[in-house]
Design a protein around this ligand. Structure first.
Ligand SMILES: N[C@@H](CCC(=O)N[C@@H](CS)C(=O)NCC(=O)O)C(=O)O
Length: 218
C-alpha cells in the first residue's frame, strides 16, 4: 500500500499528482494524508518518528518511509514505467532529470528564501534583503521555465504529463505568494492553464483544495 503525506499547496504536489496519474492509468490506489505545515504538524513527535527531517513529501511504501521528491518520483516511475511520468530512453530521461533536479535544488530553495527568510538570518533588515535578492533570482527562474514552455506540446516533455509539469505548476502558484504577478509570464500562465486540466493534476488540486491564482494585487 502507498501512502503519501503532503502539505496542501506545497512541493509534495509533485508526487501527489503523479500518484493520481498512476491511479488513473493503472487503478493502483493510494492513501493521501494532509500535513498542515502552517500549524506545524510536520514537527509533531509522531511525524518526526516517520520523517526526522520534518518535511513533506513522505511516501510510505508497505510501512517503509521514503523522503525527497527526486527519490520518491524516481521510485514511482520505475515501479509504474508504463504511466510514462519520465521518458524511458536513457538520454531523454537524463535530460528530464536534469530539469527536475534544477527545479528541486535551485528554484525550490530560492522560493524558500522568499517565503521563510527567517530560516537564513536574524533581524528584519536581513530578512528584507534576503527576500529581495531571492525575488530577483526567482523571476529569472520563472523566465527560464517560460522559455521551456514555448516548446510544450502540450506538456514540457511532449504528449505525456511528467513530474516537471506538476513542479512548474507549483512554482507559478508560489510566484503569486511571492508577490510576483503571473500575468508577467503569459506563455507560462497559458501552459499551466492547460496542465491544470489534465485529470491527474485536477484531482490532486481538488484534494489539496488549491486554486491556480494566488496573486493578490497590493
Ligand atoms: N529537498 C526536499 C524539500 C522538501 C521541502 O522543502 N518541503 C517543504 C514544503 S515545500 C516542507 O516540508 N517544509 C516544512 C518546514 O520547513 O517546516 C524534497 O525534495 O523533498
Amino acid at each position: 500500500m502507498l501512502k503519501l503525506y503532503y502539505g496542501p499547496g506545497a512541493c509534495s504536489f509533485v508526487p501527489h499528482a503523479a500518484l493520481e496519474a498512476i491511479r488513473i492509468a493503472t487503478g493502483e490506489n493510494f492513501e493521501a494524508q494532509a500535513v498542515k505545515l502552517h500549524k506545524g504538524e510536520q514537527r509533531t513527535p509522531e511525524y518526526l518518528a516517520l520523517n526526522p527531517l520534518g518535511l513533506v513529501p513522505l511516501l510510505v511504501v508497505d510501512g517503509k518511509p521514503l523522503g525527497q521528491i527526486l527519490a520518491i518520483c524516481d521510485y514511482l516511475d520505475r515501479r509504474y514505467p508504463a504511466v510514462g511520468l519520465l521518458p524511458s530512453a536513457p538520454w531523454q530521461r537524463a535530460e528530464a532529470m536534469s530539469t527536475f533536479a534544477w527545479m528541486n535544488n535551485t528554484v525550490h530553495p530560492t522560493f524558500t528564501h522568499i517565503f521563510r527568510p527567517q530560516n537564513y538570518a536574524d533581524g528584519e533588515a536581513a530578512h528584507a534583503e534576503i527576500k529581495k535578492a531571492a525575488q530577483v533570482k526567482f523571476r529569472e527562474h520563472l523566465e527560464r521555465i517560460q522559455g521551456m514552455t514555448e516548446k510544450a506540446a502540450p506538456f514540457l516533455l511532449g504528449d505525456k504529463l511528467s513530474f516537471i509539469d506538476a513542479y512548474a505548476l507549483v512554482f507559478l502558484r508560489w510566484a503569486g505568494l511571492a508577490e510576483i504577478d503571473p500575468a508577467g509570464y503569459p506563455a507560462y500562465r497559458d501552459y499551466i492553464a492547460r496542465v491544470a486540466q489534465a485529470p491527474a493534476i485536477a484531482a490532486a488540486m481538488a484534494r489539496e483544495g488549491i486554486a491556480l491564482d494566488t496573486y493578490k494585487k497590493k
